[in-house]
Design a protein around this ligand. Structure first.
Ligand code: SF4
Length: 711
């Protein structure tokens, strides 16, 4: 590379624009792009230090194989590694059938890779078993949005609309830590006098900046939203004309929330009755109002219904599709959380949000792929179910993992690790030897963000061109080339181009006419700086920055209310586990930490896992700041440093989820799944908290012991 290259950050869904420029000493300078409308030059510490990943000394640069799991890895040629994978696929399928081989992808894969991975599994492996870690991140809002609006686009409007909201309600969302440059949209709103209300059990950095912070009991958001709707109806604050002309099903919801009396809602949620009234009245009185939800709403066993409850409130107030500054949206987290779920990486979907169960959809995609529709397998199972069944008669016996680290990121992670050990064969592609890769039989080194081109789609439905800026290290291949190499050995290589633009051109055809229609988006248009949001059905179409303005994407064009009630949580606090554990991100780390824990700057910023707890809770348990604290749930226990935080609830402790090994908080989290989205209940589970004896080996989670043996 000799000239500056405009590209995008490798981490979160904001996909901040950056420019990489070679320096005389051979390193790269990285600056935020002022011309990119999302970050306008702003970057968080993760993006600003992203070049630390490129020449990292732990980078994988050769395939690794081993003959048994007891052996250490040894370097192998690409031919040997790919031959081993193809042989394992063939042997497994001959013995157990096609579905005994599966794949697990990542929410950070480019659109081209997400598309090609889904196609690879259905056309080369001819298996139904593929899902991805995005199932853990936003699938409940996806399910709710699809049910209510007929379409899942995280934000039906651009970020630029956020400052236009006179009242903004953020529920279970903490952009000040997870995507700091997005805070400029909130700041702009506050500067013009907008009122911001944050609903979060933690007093987060985002809550600190809001006008109002409501701190409900974890896992009570559904009751809270129903209670707010009850007040809106009782006070005649709902938009009857909007309800009559743009929605279906309000009467059933009106009946369902009748019993959500404010004093009852206060008892359940801990939010005082006057605060409930004030919130509803503020939203109803404002010329424009917006509700944004995120993982705090979704990562529950009733996450889909909880997201629906907030959608019900938004619809009753007449917000979605009612012009700039109004609406409901969900803020996607992972790098390509939006695009990664649109093009066939999910167990039940084909590209463009087409369905595997729909004969017309199958025929369209099979036509683009050049295969018989009857060759395409049916839907598989969701991510956690795929992992939970590994190595059993009901599950896969061989798995290919790409750009994901479920040993750290899946709930009930010790159990997941056991299931990985039960596989006959595991191959992992990654840039580092992640905790999951350490369990593999074959590990393949892949290119990373700045070493390859591809498109990403951010939460607005904005499609971005992430340009290649540097050559990858010798010995490294792209996932597209890896899948082609395996497919060649299975006799299906002819279906798999390896150039990203060629794959994207095929993706455009496969998505054409679907909900997420990319037909009109080209590399040339993106390179020329056009701002393109899907659906974009033709090359002369400007793209669609705002959806739902005239009609919703449902068959009759109307949005759907749905009555929802909270289900009893899978686990309730008891004498042995009297507190609640909630998890989330730390500002300087990302997802399972495979990348950020290796960045010297980011690792120095937050070097170790910790547990945040209220000083009064700590005092009652004899815990001081920095003490080792043991957390225990029915799945295991971990010892972490105490970090006292008066912004915590007295009944709730918080642990960031970026660490693996024995410090992996997901060893403690619940694997209860939402019945619709199959999203796990990461956000809440009962936990015991106690001061741990100071044991240097155990401190900071050097040891996690199962409290209950699983059978
Ligand atoms: Fe990267 Fe997200 Fe930080 Fe932007 S906010 S620099 S996309 S990690």
């Amino acid at each position: 590379m000799s000239a500056p290259t405009d590209t995008h950050c490798p981490y979160c869904s904001l996909q901040c624009g950056i420019t990489l420029t070679p320096k005389p000493d051979g390193t790269l300078s990285l600056v935020g792009r002022a011309d990119f409308p999302v970050n306008r030059g702003g970057l968080c510490i993760k993006g600003a230090t992203a070049t630390e990943l490129l020449d990292h000394p732990e980078r994988l640069t050769a395939p690794l194989v081993r003959d048994s799991r007891d052996d250490p890895f040894r370097q192998a040629t690409w031919d040997e590694a790919l031959d081993r994978i193809a042989a394992a696929v063939t042997a497994t399928q001959e013995r157990y059938g096609r579905d005994a081989v599966g794949a697990f992808g990542g929410g950070g894969l480019t659109n081209e890779k997400a598309y090609q991975f889904g196609k690879f599994v259905r056309v080369a492996l001819r298996s139904r078993n593929i899902d991805y870690n995005g199932r853990f991140c936003m699938s409940s809002a996806v399910a709710a949005g699809t049910r209510a609006f007929g379409m899942d686009r995280g934000l039906p409007f651009p970020f630029d609309d956020i400052p236009k909201a006179d009242v903004l309600v953020l529920v279970g969302s903490n952009p000040a830590d997870t995507m700091p440059p997005a805070m400029r949209f909130l700041e702009e709103g506050r500067e013009r006098g907008a009122r911001h209300i944050v609903i979060d059990p933690r007093r987060t950095a985002t809550a600190e900046l809001a006008h109002t912070h409501l701190q409900p009991v974890p896992n009570t958001d559904l009751s809270l939203a129903n209670g707010l709707l009850h007040i809106a109806i009782r006070e005649n604050l709902v938009d009857e004309e909007y309800i009559a002309t743009r929605t279906n099903g309000f009467d059933a919801v009106r009946r369902a929330v009748r019993s959500y009396w404010p004093d009852r809602v206060e008892r359940v949620t801990g939010i005082a009755v006057p605060d409930l009234y004030e919130l509803v009245r503020a939203m109803a009185a404002a010329p424009t109002a917006m509700i944004l939800t995120a993982r705090g709403v979704e990562q529950h066993a009733d996450g889909t219904d909880t997201a629906q409850a907030w959608i019900n409130l938004a619809l009753a107030l007449g917000l979605p599709g009612s012009g700039p500054g109004n609406g409901w949206g969900t803020i996607t987290g992972q790098g390509n959380g939006q695009g990664g779920r649109e093009h066939g990486q999910k167990a039940d979907q084909l590209p463009g949000y087409r369905q595997l169960t729909n004969p017309a959809h199958r025929a369209h995609v099979a036509g683009v792929w050049g295969v018989d529709p009857d060759e395409l397998p049916g839907p598989g199972v969701s991510a956690y179910e795929l992992l939970d069944r590994m190595g059993t008669d009901a599950g896969v016996r061989a798995l290919l993992v790409s750009a994901s680290n479920p040993v750290v990121s899946a709930p009930n992670a010790r159990h997941v690790e056991e299931r990985f050990a039960a596989l006959d064969f595991l191959a992992v592609t990654d840039i580092f030897l992640s905790e999951t890769a350490r369990l593999a039989d074959v590990v393949l080194p892949t290119t990373q963000w700045a070493e390859e081109s591809g498109t990403m789609t951010n939460p607005e439905g904005r499609v971005l061109l992430r340009r290649k800026a540097v050559e990858p290290p010798p010995g490294v291949r792209s996932d597209l080339g890896i899948w082609r190499g395996i497919a060649d050995r299975l006799g299906r290589g002819q279906f798999f181009p390896t150039e990203p633009e060629e794959v994207f051109t095929e993706l455009r055809r496969a998505s054409a006419g679907g909900i997420a229609d990319y037909a009109g988006i080209t590399y040339q248009r993106l390179a020329a700086g056009e701002e393109l949001f899907w659906p974009c059905p033709a090359e002369d179409h400007p793209g669609t920055s705002h959806v739902f303005t005239e009609r919703f994407a449902t068959p009759d064009g109307r949005a759907n209310f749905l009555p929802v009630r909270p289900r009893l949580a899978a686990e309730l606090p008891d004498e042995a586990h009297p507190y609640l554990l909630t998890t989330g991100r730390a500002r300087s780390h990302y997802q399972s930490g495979t990348q950020t824990r290796r960045s010297p700057t980011l690792a120095a910023a937050v070097p170790r896992p910790y547990v945040e707890l209220h000083p009064e809770l700590a005092r009652s348990l004899g815990i001081s700041d920095g003490d080792p604290v043991r957390l225990s749930t029915p799945r295991g226990s971990a010892v972490l440093d105490a970090r006292l935080d008066p912004g915590s609830r007295r009944d709730t402790v918080f642990v960031p989820f970026h660490w693996g090994g024995a410090a992996c908080v997901n060893a403690l989290t619940s694997d209860a799944l939402d019945p619709t989205s199959r999203m796990p209940e990461f956000k809440t589970c009962p936990v015991a908290v106690e001061k741990a004896a100071i044991d240097p080996e155990e401190k900071n989670g050097a040891v996690v012991r199962p409290a209950v043996a699983r059978t």
